[in-house]
Design a protein around this ligand. Sequence first.
Ligand code: GLU
Length: 424
Amino acid sequence: MVSRKHDRIHVDDTILCKLCLSELGEIYSDLGLTSDELDLLDMPRRSFTVHFPVRMDSGKIKMFVGHRVQYNDARGPSKGGLRFHPELTIDHVKDLAFLMVLKCAVVNIPFGGSKGGVVVNPKELSRNELEQVTRGYIRAIADYIGPFKDIPAPDVYTDEKIMVWILDEYERIKGMHVPAVVTGKPLELQGSRARSYSTSLGGIYVLEEALKKVDLDKKDASVAVQGFGNVGENAARILFENGYRVIAVSDSRGAILSESGLDISEVIRHKERNGTVGGFGGAENITNEELLVSNCDILIPAALSDQLNANNARDVKAKIVLELANAPTTTEADEIFSEKGIMLVPDVVANAGGVVVSYFEWSQNLNSEYWEEEKVIRRLKNVMITAFNDVYTLCIEGKCRMRRAAYQLAVKRILRAERLRGNL
Ligand code: GLU
């Protein structure tokens, strides 16, 4: 793990360290942080790796590696997703956990931040093996999570059914019902209405605020969405349903473009039948790379990290980049966008809708309540618009990029909580 006080270029972690968190050092110096404050932010409060056995379908036992990092809990219990990924490293999890601390602070919900995961390619497991891996991981970390300690949620390659196994395993261990131990559950098991599409919807509320600032009318705006997983698909669908012209979408196997706009409900049906958006009738097949530099007004990276970088940022034509993925833009690309006058709405604001509705789910569980969809959506909208405007105001006042403004706001809020607790 490279210290956050310095410029952080990681050699063996190509995924995140050199990306969006690399400018924290400069942000800390802009804020004039003391060495005590730097020390406090530099290290996660708890970071651990577990090894656990799983009986595979073949009858053989295989050992798996899992990580969990609870980076900071000054503002509330740690909160963050669980990802299953074959290249997951503890350093990557630490960075993602720190990103969650910042995200929860920017949108001002009473959580700290965490992240976890298992080093595994879920596509290589049977459903039974996936369940056993999930349950094995939860048995290994059960003492360290809980509604007032650390609350997992879905992330890359984890979904509702995995959240159910987490819930069930935890409740078996504790011998009682504890629905608030995990969020992103199905409605039948005390999930929240709107959670499944909350990241996308929250992003669209933010986008609508951003459109006002760049004086662009949604009727005239064309959109390209990279990624057709839960977040990308829901974003494309909601945009389409709300009258936006979605001209391009993609998944890991293909990308399509139609200048006159795609019928996203048809694209969804096509993907269900064919396993990819590629080959959709009436649209041109393009590459993911071509999608990113396509002639759109709004570009929504909703897939992986590091997609917008020094190699392609100059060719991006969009007026707004809305980061629905975590860390899709490198710092170099962020700077290039700023030079070109492209508004980049950073992930910690743009994709925070997921964790915001997770907060609502947790809160409903603790109070044994079920909120109507309308209430969840109204409150989500309110939180997202407030966060965007808080960050935008700072960005104008400080003449800085939105990511910087967002990080500054978050760091100040975290340190204020630490100070109030007497930790500083
Ligand atoms: N994994 C999502 C994120 O990165 C949601 C986390 C949560 O709901 O706790 O924001």
